[in-house]
Design a binder for this molecule. Structure first.
Ligand code: TXA
Ligand code: MG
Length: 352
């Protein structure tokens, strides 16, 4: 891949700089790539209706080309323009959750090239709520294909600095809107089936979807830890979100978890390994060894989601060899958090 200079431009969400946005939009309109903030994670954007532009995303990320991209819109009517048919649930869910962290899958029409959808005849569509994202979409022609702006397999970026780590020299521009608000990727719901199905858990929970559209199923492939179930979203099958170190989750009653992590950490250090530990406000002082990083208060699931990917990247910088993490099956978005942790850990869990 040819090296190019990457410009990092700050944008303040409450006073969006028109000149910067126009420069960014011009890059997208001419088929180039711009990384930009959304409320979930940073996205790597290209013109979704331009096949060559979408291909550039796969090149920059090193992403397998069978893994489809999410098309970002700024108007509900723009979704109707690229869908072959619109199930009634799409309107209901858009009214309830758009703009916001929900992606809906519908059948696509011919305006969307197969390069954007990884060869599939369906398309995933989301209207983000971040003002910088909305402004960029509007100025770029209405349709921005954007996966998370990380190198394929690395933790998703929640800061512009994370994007720079992975994309410097590969894309012409990064819009820096500061830290994202949510920190894990959008919920994905497939509306092409008889009963809508959640393919990726996120901030919008199945319960919230059910309140709006009734029955909703959950793809068994996203919770199963060891079954042969294949997730329906192609991207969910890869070991993903992964730090460089080997990661192991410890699950069970708090006291026993602390005891087990201390024992494992001592053992690993004795064999010459650098150890990282993911702890909470409540437990951080209980670990006697290793690099202890605190993810937030156990009850504050929003904070846990917001800090997760940053911490995984932090351990890469600390060059730890093994990470032991407490587990966080919190009531609301706990499933989404555990889904990411399990993938980062390659499903290595010790139950105590
Ligand atoms: O929050 C988000 O959704 C972020 C921000 C940037 O908007 N984007 C994001 O994109 O997470 P990405 O590419 O990292 O994840 C998209 C996921 C992948 O697992 C992909 O396989 C799945 O969505 N997907 C996309 N289109 C699909 C389709 N037509 N059918 C099934 N799965 C699809
Ligand atoms: Mg991703």
């Amino acid at each position: 891949m040819k090296f190019m200079k990457t410009e990092l431009k700050k944008v303040d969400s409450s006073h969006i700089d028109e000149m910067v946005m126009e420069e960014a939009a011009a890059i997208i309109r001419s088929g180039g790539l711009v990384a930009f903030p959304t409320e979930t994670v940073y996205g790597l954007g290209a013109d979704a209706l331009n096949a060559r532009a979408s291909e550039r995303i796969y090149e920059a990320k090193g992403r397998p080309s069978d893994n489809p991209l999410i098309v970002h819109v700024a108007e509900f009517t723009d979704m109707e323009q690229i869908a072959a048919d619109m199930p009634p649930e799409a309107r209901m869910l858009a009214d309830a959750f758009w703009p916001g962290p929900l992606t809906m899958i519908v059948r696509k029409n011919d305006r969307v090239p197969r390069e954007t959808t990884g060869g599939m005849d369906t398309v995933a569509v989301r209207m983000p709520s971040h003002p910088v994202a909305l402004e960029l979409i509007r100025r770029s022609g209405g349709y921005i294909a954007a996966p998370s702006a990380n190198t394929s397999g690395r933790p998703s970026p929640t800061l512009a600095e994370h994007v720079a780590e992975d994309m410097d020299g590969r894309i012409p521009m990064i819009l820096d809107g500061g830290p994202v608000g949510i920190g894990i990727e959008s919920t994905i719901v497939d509306l092409t089936e008889e009963i809508p199905m959640v393919l990726r858990p996120g901030y919008i929970t199945p319960e919230m979807l059910r309140e709006v559209i009734g029955e909703v199923r959950i793809d068994p492939g996203i919770i199963a830890s060891d079954s042969g179930q294949r997730p329906k979203a192609p991207g969910m099958k890869y070991k993903h979100y992964a730090p460089r170190a080997d990661m192991i989750l410890i699950d069970g009653e708090e006291e026993r978890v602390i005891e087990k992590i201390n024992a494992l950490a001592r053992e690993a250090e004795a064999s010459g390994k650098r150890v990282g530990i993911i702890a909470t406000d409540e437990t951080r002082t209980r670990y006697g060894v290793g690099e202890v990083v605190c993810i937030g208060a156990r009850q504050d699931e929003d904070a846990i989601a917001r800090h997760l990917y940053r911490i995984l990247r932090q351990f890469d910088h600390m060059e730890v060899d093994v990470i032991y993490s407490e587990s966080f099956a919190t009531p609301r978005i706990g499933q989404a958090i555990m889904n990411r942790l399990l993938k980062a850990a390659g499903h290595q869990v010790i139950t105590v």
